[in-house]
Structures are given as C-alpha cells and as structure tokens.
Design a protein around this ligand. Sequence first.
Ligand SMILES: *Cc1c(COP(=O)(O)O)cnc(C)c1O
Length: 480
Amino acid sequence: MQSEIKKLAKKASVLEPAEVERKKLTQLVADYVENFLSHLPASQIFEADLINLKSLHALGVEEKPKNIDEIIHLIKDHVIDPGLNLSAPGFLGYIPGGALFSAALGDFIAAATNRYAGIHFVSPGATRLENILVEWLCQLLGYSKQAGGYLASGGSLANFTAIVAARETFALSSKDFHRAVVYTSSQVHHSMIKGLRIAGLKETIIRYIPVDENYCVKPELLLQNIQQDKKNKLIPWLIIGNLGTTNTGSVDPSKQLAEIASSHHLWLHMDAAYGGFFILCDTLRPLFQGIEKADSITIDPHKGLFMPFGLGALLMKDKHHLLKTYHYDEIDYIPNYQFEYESSPASMSPELSRHFRGLRLWLPLKLYGVAPFRAALQEKLLLTQYFYEALTKMSGIEIACRPQLSVVAFRFHPKAGNINEFNTRLAEAIKIQGKIFFSTTYLNKQLYLRMACLNFRTHLDTIQEALLVLKETINTLSKL
Ligand SMILES: *Cc1c(COP(=O)(O)O)cnc(C)c1O
C-alpha cells in the first residue's frame, strides 16, 4: 500500500510546482497581462468570435497536460479576445467595467494564500478586513454603528439578499404573499424583480409608479398607491428606490421615499449598485440626501470603484435583520462558529465558503488612498456633462434627460424613415468601427443609445473621439 501511495503522490506532484517553475509560470502570465494592458488604448472595442471546431476542441478538458505557452495562446485567442473589450477606454456601453491592475494583485494574493473569509475564527484577519471595508462603506453612506453588511459577488446577489431579509423582518408568510405589495418605478433594475421571483415572492403585487421627465419616481403617486392599497386591505411591504438607474442614471429622491417608508412602515431598499460611489463627489452629495434612512442599500465596487467583476456590497441600517435572516447556529462540524459569529460574513449572507473578495478592494484603497477614486469619479461626471453639452449642439439629436450622474441616453431623428431602425443601425455601425461602444435601451418603447462613462481609463480624448465617431456615422448613414 505504501508504495502505491508514494506512486500516486509522485503523479500528483505537478500540482505543487517548485519555486523555479512557479516563478516561470508567474512571469509568463504577468507578461501576457502586461502585453494586454499596454495594447489596451489602441485595441479594438469589439472582436468577432472566430471560434471553430478545432479550437473548441483545444479548449476542452483532457487527461493529458498542455504547456503554459500554448495555454496562454488559447486564453488570449479564444477566451479573452472575442466579444466586447470591456477594459478599453472607448467602452461606453451598459455600465462599464475596467478593473484596476492593483485589484488583480489583491486577488492573486487572496487566491494563492486561500484565506477563508467565511468564518471569523478561521481567518480573523480576512474577515476583519472585509468588516473594515463594510464599515467604511456604511460610514460613507451615513449609516450609524448599528449598520452592517457583506461583500457580495455583485449587485444582483446583494439585491436578492436584501429582499429575503426584508421578507423575514416583516415575517411575511406564504399566505400573505399575494397581498404583499412592492413599489418601484418602471426604471427598476431587472435583478430586483428576478430577486423577488427567486425569493419565492412572484405572487407579490408590483406597482410600477410613473416617473417624471427625468425618469425619477414620483413620490406623490407612490404615496397615493400605498394609501389606496392599505384601504384595500393589501400589505404594503417594500419600496425599491433607484440611486442611479441603469437606463439613464436617474436618482430617485431618497429623502422623500424614506419619509413615506417610515410613516407607512415599509421597508426601503435603495439600489445604488451603479450610482452609489458618486457619493464620494462633494458636488453630488445633495442627491444622496436621506439615503442613510433606507433600510438597505446595494452598492457595487465593481462599478463605481473600478474593481474587476465579482464585487458588490449589501449594507443594512440594522445589521441584526441580516443576522436574523442568515445566521445558522447549529453547524455540527464547526463548534467554534458561535464565537464572534457577528463578525463572520457567513452569518450575514447565503454564502459559506467564499472568495476573500475584500483584498482586491482593500489593496488599491491602501495603495492609493481614496483621493484618486474621488477624482476619477468627478472626472467621469464632467466628461458626461461635456458629452451632454456637445450633444445639445448637434442637430437631430434628442436627449432623454439631463444626466444626473454619468449616463446619457439619446437618439437621432433621421429626416425620413423609422427612428428606432435608424438608431439600431447607428449603434451597430459605431460598434463595427471598433473604437467606441454605445449600448442601447428602450425608454417608452423608443430605442435610445446610451453613453455610460465609468471606466477609469476613459478620458477627454476618448469622449471627443466618441462625439466625432457619432457625428461621422450619422452623416454616413444619412446619405445611404
Ligand atoms: C448593475 C446593476 C445591478 C446588478 O448588479 P450586478 O453586479 O450586475 O449583479 C443592479 N442594479 C443596478 C441599478 C445596476 O446598475
């Protein structure tokens, strides 16, 4: 038996490379990343997916090994290159990503050391770091010491986690679901509606309250709906406000929503996944007035703090609602779990074994301090204003509304023909040129292009180029 064990160990030994081999692997991977980053400013915004049967086969998992050079080629050609280049400065669609290089270094350390960020006594350092970040976020948004939260994989999971905590806090049971009412606007992010569904709440009544000309919810209509529903013996339960809608970056009035929620005893959740970090910009603070009164807030560092995808956050005004919903205190095989359970992300979320995702955020914040983040966000706001003002001077352009944050939705009215069709072609023609990417959305059934400025790599030259490309493409298409 012993010789069999040793034979197997030898076979498996490649899984723990020696130092020389490790350094070689690290260097080759770093070289690839370096190459990617240094070519980024000039690289195309979009690459066609050229996968064929042969390369698809090469990507498959096999018994036999491949060497690292070949693997890096596969990654480059068939994994990283196809599709939209979300890291490039000209990517102005959806909510742009970007990803700070230093965040990747944080991930590298977190993955290589594999600290366990689920339970406090196992890795007190890792959980403490995440809790410090959560505290910082809570402070930023004006929450008191009662508040808490956790770092989620993204806004969708944070929103879902909030819905379940709100359901439990209100002790809604299945017999109430069809009478429980959720209030939001037509501009709500679909992850909230999906969250309700996967929380078992698809029978709840959803009232889409009309928005004003800036795509912000109308509080007086919200109030009327709640009063009417109360009269009709329904259970007004949850208000979902948007702090930065995805479509137009519009900001619902937190203060008024909070007043309504508090006087009628509803849960207020603010979805600030996209817009939340603009609170760092002093000029925008008035827009955030009252957000500290929301029962829960979703905010995504993988949007407004330029982190790689996979980092959202849920904050709750009273962390005990989160603990009551998510803490599980009888785990046979973890006797120490009770100890300081309040400091364990596993007690505040659906997750147990989880990625130590705090390190990627903490490392850049420590390395640079907060000031450059604030400056980058303020720069994005001004770039958006610049873009908006230039659009107002272009003939034939209709703008959905004045931008409150860093999204502008607009469309071109052609002299003849279908407007939606023209704008669909416009977006596609711009994408194919490979320098700039705008996404599209529907507002009142009309198709608009969206310019969303949130990549830290996007600067004035890119926005000027975006305007030029837009003008030229409109001219070209208009002549066809
Ligand atoms: C992006 C976004 C979400 C979803 O967050 P993910 O991190 O993509 O899961 C939710 N709400 C708003 C307003 C968003 O912009």
